[in-house]
Design a protein around this ligand. Structure first.
Ligand code: ATP
Length: 319
């Protein structure tokens, strides 16, 4: 294989740039040409493609976002859209494609692989909701952004003796809420994977108040419900002064942590190795600090499992 393409798709995640850099440098090290496809699958269909040199990925390892931009494309989900993409791949002579993104992006990679274009998936999403890898690129940075925000909120919560509800990202996956809640000693952590007991949330708050706690933090994953509604219900049920902070898109941005930079570099380079080995339809991942790869189709049909031992631990530590 002499020419490969790379694109980022779906929600952006800090560390995607470090992965792009690793793919480009590793491929050039192996005397391959690398083509950057801008705006995800939309750009692929439109032929928004440029060759990337060693210098074009300089000074990006520390930057959030993605220099290749990202897009969500409905058109690419159709047969006609995928045919257009293939025409462009043929035009540029691209023989294999590396897709950095989440499970939606991997669906696209499977479709192209089935049409004869070897694709390798690199898990890039802050949600950590992909099975077959212990961590996705961007999760650690988003986690640290949330921790930083909660630490700041905690200062004002203590000064005013308030209860704070912090709504974090995670429509279907509670990893960010769970890790941040554990790291910040939250009273309650509400995640989509486990139904919560509102009375228990109130009970914990009241017990904390009785033993003289100056503030309380509740972390809520967005998939569980609206933070404002929860805040109102808590205030009504307890008469405690309650405030709500929805962290929103700040969780997506910022300088990637050292962990994410190293993870992205390792996974990006591994993806190039797989293409060189003639593999297709695989996703690279990390398990027990070892690089591995799985059949993407298998990844897409198995459900990401939250670590329930961590849920129990968080409950035990927040008594
Ligand atoms: P995140 O987890 O951050 O949302 P994602 O990769 O899951 O990232 P999606 O919006 O689900 O994000 O998917 C990104 C793009 O992948 C879509 O806009 C579409 O172009 C392509 N895609 C998604 N599902 C399919 C599919 N079934 N067939 C072909 N392409 C798809």
């Amino acid at each position: 294989m002499k020419k490969i393409g790379i694109l980022t798709s779906g929600g952006d995640a800090p560390g995607m740039n470090a992965a792009i850099r690793a793919v480009v440098r590793k491929a050039i090290f192996h005397e391959m040409e690398v083509y950057g496809i801008y705006n995800g699958y939309q750009g692929l269909m439109e032929g928004n493609i440029k060759q990337l040199g060693i210098g074009s990925v300089g000074d990006i390892i520390q930057r959030g976002g993605t220099i290749l931009y990202s897009a969500r494309s409905e058109a690419f989900k159709t047969e006609a859209g995928q045919e257009k993409a293939i025409e462009q791949l043929n035009k540029f002579g691209i023989e294999g494609l590396i897709v950095i993104g989440g499970d939606g992006s991997f669906q696209g990679a499977v479709k192209l692989t089935e049409k004869g274009y070897p694709c390798i998936g690199v898990p890039g999403t802050i949600d950590n909701d992909i099975t077959g890898t212990d961590f996705t690129i961007g999760f650690d940075t988003a986690l640290n952004t949330i921790i930083d925000a909660i630490d700041k909120i905690r200062d004002t919560a203590t000064s005013h003796e308030r209860t704070y509800v912090i709504e974090v990202m995670g429509r279907d996956a509670g990893d960010l809420a769970l890790w941040a809640g554990l790291a910040d000693g939250a009273e309650s952590i509400l995640i989509p994977e486990k139904p919560h007991d509102f009375d228990m949330v109130i009970d914990r708050l009241q017990k904390g108040q009785q033993r003289g706690k100056k503030h309380s933090i509740i972390v809520l994953a967005e998939g569980v419900g609206n933070g404002m509604d929860l805040g109102n219900r808590i205030q009504e049920a307890t008469d405690m002064e309650t405030r709500v902070t929805v962290l929103g898109h700040i969780q997506r941005g910022g300088r990637p942590t050292g962990f994410d930079r190293v993870l992205a570099s390792r996974l990006g380079a591994k993806a190039v190795d797989l293409l060189l080995d003639g593999k297709a339809g695989r996703m690279v991942g990390i398990e027990n600090n070892k690089l591995i790869d799985h059949d993407i189709k298998h990844i897409l049909t198995s459900k990401h499992e939250l670590d329930m031992d961590m849920v129990h631990l968080a409950n035990q530590l927040s008594i």
